[in-house]
Design a protein around this ligand. Sequence first.
Ligand code: FMN
Length: 210
Amino acid sequence: MHYSPDHHDHGLPYDPLKSLVVPRPIGWISTVDERGGVNLAPYSFFNLIADRPAYVMFASDGRKDSLRNVEVTGEFVCNLVTEELYEQMMATAAPFPHGQSEPERLGIDMRPSIRVNPPTVAAARASLECVHYRTVNLPGANDDQLSPYQVVIGRVVSVSVDDAALDPKGYVRPDLLRPVARLGYQHYAIIENTFAHPLPKAPDHPEATS
Ligand SMILES: Cc1cc2nc3c(=O)[nH]c(=O)nc-3n(C[C@H](O)[C@H](O)[C@H](O)COP(=O)(O)O)c2cc1C
């Protein structure tokens, strides 16, 4: 089957789009508001988009508190959601009224970050501290409209990772970290079944000069 994503003419009970780009990592975004109140919420329209230097993005469906706080204070932290933090992460997705702190309401311990003002989830086994680069408001389905989605791009200025997630040679072991990712509908995955494969070598090219 095929369908137009603008017209949703798939005839299925639910739009399959988000089940087809999987798994999506989850950025558990901590920010502070102008009064210093701490906000924490998950975003799975989230990814690392460059590493030299490092940039991440998350996309907000409307003007949610995380986006608002990033634009007011210019900083955010992406906390990695691992298996043991999954329930707490889900709880922070509830629509808390603006100004109410999810970590405070839910009893989630935070610790000071290294380079930015928003705190880090104390139990997070990895975190990326970020400075706001820019927000991109995507065009909507009709050219005269804007999408409800705004893409927040941040420059990563500090990376933390739990030493216990590294093997003796210094490689991060996904089976030790066990990150949680989002699949389609209401499904999630814990990444544990992984394999290694070297990059292919450049194919021989008769005209290649060296
Ligand atoms: C796993 C997961 C991923 C989510 N991803 C997004 C997302 O990418 N964009 C978005 O706008 N909302 C997303 N949500 C919903 C927000 O987390 C939710 O609206 C939250 O209340 C926003 O909080 P805030 O207003 O404090 O930023 C997600 C929820 C869950 C459970």
